[in-house]
Design a protein around this ligand. Structure first.
Ligand SMILES: Nc1ncnc2c1ncn2[C@@H]1O[C@H](COP(=O)(O)OP(=O)(O)O)[C@@H](O)[C@H]1O
Ligand SMILES: N[C@@H](CC(=O)OP(=O)(O)O)C(=O)O
Length: 498
């Protein structure tokens, strides 16, 4: 049974007429950041009856009786209680699912095969478009402009008006000419350049859905409220994104329902207002952010594998799907190198407790992996093995005597001052070995990286002997921490380690 409780402060609003009551209520809801719900209340204000809708994961009911407006929060969310026609889930399709015109058709068919769902669709760039755009940018710097013609082929094959993307293709050509002229490709320009991948794929897909009679509307994430830091190529999503995205998608949905097709990976820097990207694979994060913003029932990420696997299938082809994971396990897995999910993508899902399902767009019948807050760990030992390559490692040995205090504090304050993120740490009293987060280092220019590393070593050499080791790897075992001794025992007894 769902329990009900009054929303404190907005319980009863006595006003001269119901419309006035509703506008007062709307103000209160706006102040509480219940933006999407405030909008839906606005749209039914003329009916002045009872309306129920979800807002940031909460189900709210508003009853209007004459001059009284009552707001009730239903604390238990139940599917059957959801308002008819509400958006139900987000479905994200990555480049691996959208490699060709034929794949676009399959994905459209897949989406329409779930008539009970009313999804928001998040798309990455088609196939390897992001890499190709980066390559085109680098070529433009060194030897002039190259052609990006494959997209035109897709448009032809799907029988879509070329005008859908012609403006963007012209803009892309101009940009490449600009890069060739300047002989410079900054991080900011790189983000603008790769954004064409998602801007084009979403426009093509929305046009195709509309052509086959499924009403769809294309959105650029940077235009609907995805506000980020200005860290080009590795931006973080800011809190203001949630209410803004919820408001925009909800408003459009209730006034003129159409399947929203949103660009993954992209945002808008809050200071520069320039296009930013969320780090490679960032469309997963776009999907979970939309899930949290709209308080959806489920977030689905559709890949080219049967879910999260026990290891990278490119390393071990007989890797098996893992049926259940917790948000924490999935985040660790992603952070320590499993390419299948973006490292930050679990955060919005965990914060709003929305299940994430990893599915295979090439094999939709496979159950995939369900990621939730908790799972039955009674049988769990080792869940997955992950490899992270290209790691920089530092061995730092104190030059001071044993028993002197403050050594570790000095080491970590050096990293803090230089703004460098530390990954894995092993310590003894006079020595410390640590690895540096490659994603944070990759986001900077190579020259800058090298000089930053030199600077770290220089600073640390004031208190220690430092050995810098590059191109190392970390192998992580993701499993039940309560059984870590057992797992380590098994690992260390493997023949390869004998
Ligand atoms: N532990 C793992 N489980 C599943 N896939 C993995 C794992 N480690 C690496 N991968 C690779 O990740 C790929 C899927 O991720 P990705 O290419 O980012 O998909 P998409 O482009 O659809 O977002 C798989 O094709 C697989 O090769
Ligand atoms: N297109 C971007 C963003 C992304 O999320 O891609 P994918 O979903 O294909 O990993 C990239 O290649 O990084």
């Amino acid at each position: 049974m769902a329990t009900t409780k009054h929303l404190c402060g907005a319980r009863t609003v006595k006003t001269p007429n119901p419309c006035f009551a509703l506008s007062t209520l709307r103000c209160q809801l706006w102040r509480r950041q219940c933006l999407d719900f405030a909008v839906s209340v606005g749209s039914v204000s003329k009916l002045c009856r009872t309306v129920e809708g979800s807002c940031r994961g909460r189900v709210l009911r508003v009853s209007c009786l004459g001059r009284k407006v009552e707001v009730i929060e239903r604390s238990e969310r139940k599917d059957k209680e959801r308002v008819d026609n509400e958006i139900t889930c987000v479905m994200k399709f990555g480049g691996s699912s959208l490699a060709s015109a034929e794949r676009m058709r399959d994905v459209a068919e897949l989406i329409l095969s779930f008539p009970e769902e009313r999804p928001v669709i998040v798309l990455s760039a088609m196939g390897k478009t992001t890499n190709k755009l980066l390559l085109a940018g680098e070529k433009a710097v060194s030897c002039g402009v190259s052609n990006v013609t494959e997209i035109n082929e897709t448009v032809k094959e799907l029988d879509i008006e070329s005008s859908v993307i012609s403006g963007h293709l012209e803009e892309l050509e101009q940009l490449l000419k600009g890069i060739a002229m300047m002989k410079e490709l900054t991080l900011r320009t790189k983000d603008y350049l790769v954004s064409f991948g998602e801007c084009l794929s979403t426009r093509i897909f929305a046009a195709y859905l509309n052509k086959i009679g499924a009403k769809a509307r294309q959105y650029d994430a940077f235009d609907i409220g995805f506000i980020t830091t200005d860290d080009f190529t590795n931006a973080d999503i800011l809190e203001a994104t949630y209410p803004a995205v919820a408001k925009r998608l909800h408003l459009d949905w209730i006034s003129d329902p159409a399947i929203p097709i949103v660009t993954g990976f992209l945002g808008k820097g809050w200071k520069t207002c320039a296009v930013t990207t969320l780090g490679r694979g960032g469309s997963d994060l776009t999907a979970t952010t939309i899930g949290k913003a709209l308080g959806l029932r489920e977030i689905q990420v559709w890949k080219d594998v049967d879910g999260v696997l026990t290891c990278d299938p490119n390393i071990h082809p007989s890797a098996k799907p893992v049926p259940y994971l917790t948000y924490d396990e999935a985040a660790e897995l992603a952070y320590f190198g499993a390419q299948v999910l973006h490292p930050q993508s679990m955060r919005p899902a965990r914060e709003s407790d929305i299940p994430v399902r990893v599915k295979n767009s090439y094999n939709p019948k496979a159950p995939g992996t369900l990621i939730t807050r908790a799972r039955d760990m009674s049988e769990a030992e080792l869940t997955s093995i992950v490899l992270k390559r290209n790691v920089t490692m530092l061995d730092i040995v104190s030059t001071r005597m044993l028993g002197q205090f403050g050594f570790l504090a000095k080491v970590f304050s050096t990293f803090e001052e230089l703004g460098i993120s530390v990954d894995v740490v092993a310590t003894s009293e006079v020595s410390i070995s640590l690895t540096l987060d490659p994603s944070k280092l990759w986001s900077r220019e190579l020259i800058q990286q090298a000089s930053e590393l030199d600077h770290v070593v220089e600073e640390l050499e004031k208190i220690a002997v430092v050995n810098l080791l590059q191109r190392r790897s970390i192998i992580s075992l993701i499993g039940n921490v309560e059984r870590s001794s057992l797992i380590l025992e098994k690992v260390l007894l493997l023949p390869a380690f004998e």
